[in-house]
Write a protein that binds this ligand. Structure first.
Ligand SMILES: Cc1cc2nc3c(=O)[nH]c(=O)nc-3n(C[C@H](O)[C@H](O)[C@H](O)COP(=O)(O)OP(=O)(O)OC[C@H]3O[C@@H](n4cnc5c(N)ncnc54)[C@H](O)[C@@H]3O)c2cc1C
Length: 296
């Protein structure tokens, strides 16, 4: 099977099919898989699951797919690609979602769309045509189910005249692979792109007793911190059950918690949730289970 796209959908489905015994090749046009996620988190996934795949071809695009007797003939384009002509039984396209807003008469309303083709809305999810609201994928990224349902609540409250706004500090994203990758708030990659000065403290799961007893010590929990205020700006987790751990981090960011707040919150032992506390402790050089001198 050829899977086009190494975003979360492509990687989730590639993992499922590979686990069932399908020989999977993944093609991704960006320099790395899981674009947007921090590379140290991605490495946790790559190390464990990477060998399951025939090949992961980055900086590669699909030029053509042609059906020939009994096979799909695929032409790839990418640098250092030895063999751009391949044959597959199946091709799974996991890229190219776009807003479906044609043919519903929007042009007869006051609704405005953005230059990227999304429906423009205000903080109450109200369009420029004030009787019309829009929520979910058509209002733009992140295109996630929990973002859509949260927006829907805000829209209903706003329409009822209540003082409601969609203005989150952090929206969690989870890749449901094994290990899971989850993050919320500011990523280290984003901070670098924006030239923003941040401190990053991390806790490797090799030092987590719970991860050891689960046989899943490959994980990593990291916290992105404002060096001046010590506020938690973002959290990334790679490891089993990362999706179950990320809401605590989301709450911390929404409540403007500092690294000290997290470090001083008593977490049950032995749990994977301690890795968040210990990453925050590591910022101060005070993690019980790893020696990390204070970095600032
Ligand atoms: C393979 C895949 C896996 C995903 N996994 C996750 C995940 O694990 N977690 C997560 O948070 N998100 C996930 N997503 C994204 C998530 O599905 C979307 O963000 C979410 O469904 C957006 O909700 P929505 O209401 O905006 O749009 P949709 O869920 O797409 O709902 C829009 C509905 O409107 C209908 N519709 C469209 N036009 C018309 C019309 N003219 N008249 C009547 N009905 C119409 C459509 O048929 C559709 O049912 C995944 C997406 C895909 C494709």
């Amino acid at each position: 099977m050829l899977v086009i796209g190494a975003g979360y959908i492509g990687l989730e489905l590639s993992t499922v099919y590979a686990a069932l015994g399908t020989r999977v090749t993944i093609v991704e046009m960006m320099p790395g898989i899981m674009p947007g996620a921090d590379r140290d988190l991605v490495r946790v996934f790559e190390k464990r699951v990477g060998p399951w795949f025939e090949e992961i071809l980055t900086e590669t695009t699909v030029k053509a797919v042609e059906e020939r007797t009994g096979a799909l003939h695929v032409t790839l384009s990418g640098k250092e690609l030895e063999n751009p002509e391949r044959e597959f039984d199946t091709v799974l396209v996991t890229v190219g979602r776009k807003p479906s807003i044609e043919g519903i008469g929007l042009e007869k309303t006051g609704v405005r769309t953005t230059d990227k083709g999304y429906v423009a809305v205000n903080v109450g999810r109200q369009t420029d045509d004030t009787n019309l609201y829009a929520v979910g994928d058509i209002t733009g990224p992140p295109q996630l189910a929990h973002k859509a349902s949260h927006e829907a609540r805000v829209a209903v409250e706003h329409a009822l005249g209540r003082n409601a706004a969609f203005d989150p500090y952090a929206i969690p994203a989870v890749e449901y692979t094994d290990p899971e990758i989850a993050w919320c708030g500011l990523t280290e990659t984003q901070a670098e792109e924006e030239g923003r000065d941040v401190a990053v403290a991390s806790f490797p799961w090799q030092a987590s007793g719970r991860a050891a007893t689960m046989g899943r010590s490959e994980g990593l929990t990291k916290v992105v911190i404002d060096p001046e205020t010590e506020r938690v700006l973002g959290v990334g987790i790679a490891g089993t059950n990362a999706g179950e751990l990320i809401p605590e981090a989301t709450l911390a960011i929404e409540m403007s918690a500092t690294a000290e707040d997290v470090a001083r919150t008593i977490h049950p032992h032995p749990t994977l949730s301690e890795t968040f506390m210990e990453a925050a402790e590591a910022f101060y050089g005070l993690s019980t289970h790893i020696y990390r001198p204070k970095r600032r």
